[in-house]
Design a protein around this ligand. Structure first.
Ligand code: ZN
Length: 246
C-alpha cells in the first residue's frame, strides 16, 4: 500500500491539487493520510474538503478544522488566524461541517499513529524540539508517529528511550527515509502554507511494502491562490507569507 501523506492544506486548493497530481504521476497512491487543518487561512476550504473526500482517506482533526465548526474557541488563536477561522466558517456547507465535526483526534494505521499536533495533545501541542518529541514517546504505541501543525518538515529519531537519545534531522536531499527499527516522529511539512522558508507545497509518500517514506516539494500556482485570497478580502500578511514559505 502507498499512502499520500498531507498535512495543513489550509484551504489552499491549488497546492492540494498539485501534490495529489504529483503523487499520481510518481507511482500513484491508494489512500490519503491527512494530518489535519484541511481548512483555515486559504481561500477554498469547501473545495479542499470536497477534494479530500473524493479519495479513500483517513484524516485527524486540526485546531483550525475544529475552530471553523465551533468545537474549539478561537481565543487561543492570533487575531489573523481567528479572522480567517471566522471567514472559513461562513464558507462551509452542512456536509463539510458534519464531516469536520466527526474527525477523530488521533488514529492508527499500519504502524503509524496520526495526530495533528502531538499524540499527547493532538490539537494544540507543537513538537518543535527533541525534548518535546521525547515527552510524547510514551503517548503512542506504534513504532512511528506522524504529526503536522508546525508546517515545518522534520524527523525526530529515537536512538533509545532517554530524552537525550532523540535527535532532530531534516529530510535527506532526495527526501527518502528508510523505516528502520528506531521509533520516529515525522512531520512531512505543510501542503498549503509551508513555514520552513521554502514556498513549495510539502507532502510525503509512505510505501508500506518498501518500508520507506519519501518527502517531496511541489511547485504550485501561488499567484492564483494569492489572487483568490485578495478577492476574498483575507488579510494581507496571510497572502504575502505564501510567497516566502514563512
Ligand atoms: Zn496548520
Amino acid at each position: 500500500m502507498r499512502y499520500a501523506i498531507v498535512s495543513d492544506i489550509h484551504g489552499n486548493f491549488e497546492a492540494f491539487q498539485a501534490v495529489l497530481g504529483h503523487a499520481a504521476r510518481n507511482g500513484g497512491f491508494g489512500n490519503i493520510i491527512c494530518l489535519g487543518d484541511v481548512v483555515g487561512y486559504g481561500p477554498d476550504p469547501h473545495e479542499c474538503v470536497q477534494l479530500l473526500r473524493k479519495h479513500e482517506h483517513l484524516c485527524v482533526a486540526g485546531n483550525h478544522d475544529l475552530a471553523a465548526v465551533g468545537l474549539v474557541d478561537t481565543s487561543a488563536f492570533n487575531p489573523l488566524a481567528a479572522s480567517a477561522v471566522q471567514w472559513t466558517s461562513e464558507r462551509l456547507d452542512h456536509g463539510d461541517i458534519s464531516y469536520l465535526r466527526g474527525l477523530p483526534l488521533t488514529a492508527v494505521v499500519d504502524g503509524f499513529t496520526l495526530a495533528h499536533g502531538s499524540p499527547r495533545e493532538p490539537i494544540w501541542e507543537y513538537i518543535t524540539s527533541p525534548w518535546a518529541a521525547s515527552q510524547n514517546l510514551k503517548h503512542f504505541e506504534t513504532p512511528y508517529c506522524l504529526v503536522g501543525h508546525t508546517h515545518v518538515p522534520v524527523i525526530f529519531r529515537f536512538k533509545g528511550a532517554e530524552e537525550s537519545d532523540c535527535v532532530a534531522e531534516p529530510f535527506p536531499g532526495d527526501g527518502l527515509l528508510a523505516l528502520a527499527t528506531e521509533r520516529m516522529i515525522i512531520n512531512p511539512g505543510g501542503v498549503g502554507q509551508p513555514r520552513d522558508g521554502d514556498p513549495r507545497a510539502a507532502y510525503a509518500v509512505l510505501d508500506i511494502d518498501a518500508k520507506t517514506l519519501r518527502q517531496f516539494r511541489v511547485e504550485y500556482d501561488i499567484a492564483l491562490t494569492q489572487e483568490k485570497m485578495l478577492r476574498a478580502g483575507l488579510a494581507a500578511p496571510l497572502i504575502r507569507r505564501l510567497s516566502f514559505g514563512r
